[in-house]
Design a protein around this ligand. Structure first.
Ligand code: SF4
Length: 78
């Protein structure tokens, strides 16, 4: 799945939500989150993000790794 990192915080442009073919991007309080069980790895969201906040799970930069855990927490809570 793809993961949304820190650049989305307080940006929440939502272009990705419009592009996602399976509607698996959800709104949190300050950023958007991709539901990993629903994401089909198409990459459409990554291409349209104006702040380049989105990366594939395996390519999340080291300093953004906390967002993988943050993402998992978000979907446990909903
Ligand atoms: Fe949606 Fe595709 Fe992005 Fe996954 S990679 S969140 S399916 S647009």
């Amino acid at each position: 799945p793809f993961v949304i990192g820190s650049a989305c915080i307080d940006t929440m442009d939502k272009s990705c939500m419009e592009e996602c073919p399976v509607d698996c991007i959800y709104e949190g309080d300050r950023k958007l989150y991709i539901q990993p069980n629903e994401c089909i790895d198409c990459g459409a969201c990554e291409a349209v993000c104006p702040v380049e906040a989105i990366s594939p799970h395996r390519k999340v930069p080291e300093e953004q790794k906390e967002f993988v855990a943050d993402n998992a927490r978000f979907f446990l809570d909903v």
